[in-house]
Ligand binder design. Structure first.
Ligand code: HEM
Length: 139
């Protein structure tokens, strides 16, 4: 749940792009061939209509009943993309993250350094503009 909530608020890939291959309509909107459509994942992940009034709050327990329980429409949670080009490594990534967190947390404790400034910026991926300054102690 902590990993899912982290990927919701800070999706490493904050946008997804698709090129329209043939003229098409989305609702009433005509979309010509060749247009690039961008899905703003980070915006979708923090929409209060989808996630509730606490959408900007870090609240891992919102996932206690899975993705469907956390939001109104599970296509609104896209840290690994969707459709035919969905991330092929998503299951591996989730297992790796769980193992990594378990190994780190069983050997070290963490505090935020007084130097830490919360400054996520969206570039090609979401990055901490001022780095992540931590105070780490071996247990
Ligand atoms: C937290 C970790 C990861 C995140 C957030 C992530 C996210 C993504 C996203 C958003 C896409 C684009 C999906 C789309 O356009 O719909 C993608 C594609 C892809 N990812 Fe990941 N990924 C992660 C880890 C991995 C790992 C561990 C692997 C391989 C071992 C991997 C391999 C790929 C590949 C090959 C694609 C291209 C799939 C295609 O175009 O058909 N990813 N990933």
């Amino acid at each position: 749940m902590v990993i899912q909530e982290t990927l919701r608020l800070y999706p490493p890939s904050p946008t997804l792009a698709r090129e329209v291959l043939t003229d098409m309509k989305i609702g009433e909107i005509h979309v010509p061939k060749g247009v690039n459509l961008w899905t703003m994942v980070a915006t979708l992940h923090t929409d209060t209509d989808i996630w509730g009034p606490d959408a900007l709050k870090f609240k891992p327990e919102r996932f206690e009943k899975g993705i469907a329980g956390a939001c109104k429409n599970h296509y609104s949670y896209l840290p690994f993309g969707f459709g035919q080009r969905v991330c092929v490594g998503q299951n591996l990534a989730m297992v790796e993250l769980k193992i990594l967190m378990a190994l780190i947390l069983s050997n070290f404790s963490f505090d935020l350094s007084p130097k830490y400034v919360h400054s996520p910026v969206m570039r090609m991926i979401i990055e901490p503009k001022d780095g992540v300054n931590l105070l780490i102690k071996q247990l």
